[in-house]
Design a protein around this ligand. Structure first.
Ligand code: PMV
Length: 347
């Protein structure tokens, strides 16, 4: 049977979170901790998933039941991805299966997979904890689409992979800009406007970031909803905040391209102030952010939806150790990553 392994990077939001959901640009970088999916086409009509990092072992259901019934949290993204791929490309899989089984050579290759014996077995493995907020769900969605695209000869290009992966994320979460999906596919450091209206890779050599994990987990969709409530009550405040964040992102893009870390740090600090206005700063994250600044960072801010997950700090060559120490003393866990990592790839 045909089998393939694909990997995709995690991501870190640099600037522009929340405002990006409302049409403003953001900056995101891919990190060198990766999600891997091994995908195999079988002929037992079963969808099988092993995702030990999210406590899914030997999860099985008939292919015809994809998306139906109670789906465990850890299986949702992969299962819905397969369902959406099959809905979008049924003819590819039917064709592929008839090629795989010599006895089926004469079968009608346009038959829908629902009538066929198609089964799909997937094993996912992550180099990072799903708790960090590095976008493990989106990365696994991207891996599975890329793998199925290769196995079936559908050969989707990056934009087609983006569209299908983003649709899957929206089917499950209802909201989100898709910046994490873009980072998983394209890698590098991107200037992104939702929903994939602009996906511009920035040519850079380095990005001197330190990442601190707060140990606090909070639901991204819930935070987006709370910010939306505020925007409804105080549109003149929040609307302006989004506009200002959009401006910061434009300036930050220039600073990144010039490797002007001092300016980028200042812009990150401004961005953090606006995120505090949105009410998503989180006490512990704030302590870590101020500690990093006191420790000599050019700038520091939360990364992602806020309240929990990670903060990022921009460091000088000499300042690295002192900032790491400051973050640790504030109760954070420093995660060693490299930015600007390669996008989705076949292993
Ligand atoms: O919490 P994360 O890392 O998934 O980041 C969410 C960032 C938001 O802008 C709040 C939402 C989004 O999809 O852009």
């Amino acid at each position: 049977m045909k089998k393939i392994t694909v990997s995709a990077p995690g991501k870190l939001m640099l600037l522009g979170e929340h405002a990006v959901v409302y049409g403003k640009p953001c900056l995101v970088t891919a990190v060198n901790q990766r999600m891997t999916a091994t995908v195999e086409l079988t002929d037992d009509k079963i969808f099988q998933l092993d995702a030990p990092d999210v406590q899914i072992t030997n999860y099985q259901k008939p292919i015809t039941h994809l998306g139906k019934g109670e789906i465990p949290k850890g299986a949702k993204f992969v299962e819905m991805t397969v369902k959406n791929f099959l809905n979008r490309h049924p003819e590819r899989l039917a064709k592929d299966l008839s090629r795989m089984r010599p006895s089926n050579k004469l079968r009608d290759s346009s038959a829908s997979p629902q009538n066929d014996n198609l089964g799909i077995k997937i094993v996912t493995k992550s180099e990072f904890s799903s708790e960090f907020g590095f976008g493990s769900s989106s990365a696994s969605t991207v891996c599975v689409i890329k793998a199925l695209s290769q196995l079936t000869g559908a050969n989707l290009d990056n934009k087609q992979i983006f569209n299908l992966a983003y649709k899957t994320v929206l089917d499950i979460q209802g909201k989100g800009s898709g910046f994490d999906v873009a980072a998983a596919i394209y890698g590098g450091t991107l200037y992104f406007v939702s929903p994939g209206k602009v996906i511009q890779p920035l040519k850079i050599n380095t990005l001197p970031l330190i990442v601190g994990y707060s140990g606090i987990k909070f639901d991204t969709v819930r935070i987006i909803d709370e910010v939306a409530q505020k925007a409804k009550k105080y549109p003149w405040v929040i609307g302006n905040v989004y506009d200002q964040i959009g401006q910061l992102v434009e300036q930050a893009k220039k600073a990144i391209l010039k490797e002007d870390w001092e300016s980028l740090g200042e812009l990150m600090n401004f961005n953090e102030g606006y995120l505090a206005t949105l009410g998503v700063e989180g006490k512990k994250l704030s302590r870590m952010i101020y500690a990093a600044r006191d420790g000599g960072a050019y700038g520091a801010k939360l990364s992602g939806a806020g309240v929990g997950d990670c903060m990022i700090a921009l460091h000088s060559v000499q300042g690295k150790q002192a900032i790491k120490k400051a973050i640790t003393e504030a109760g954070g866990q420093v995660i060693n990553i490299k930015t600007n990592a390669e996008g989705v790839r076949i292993e």
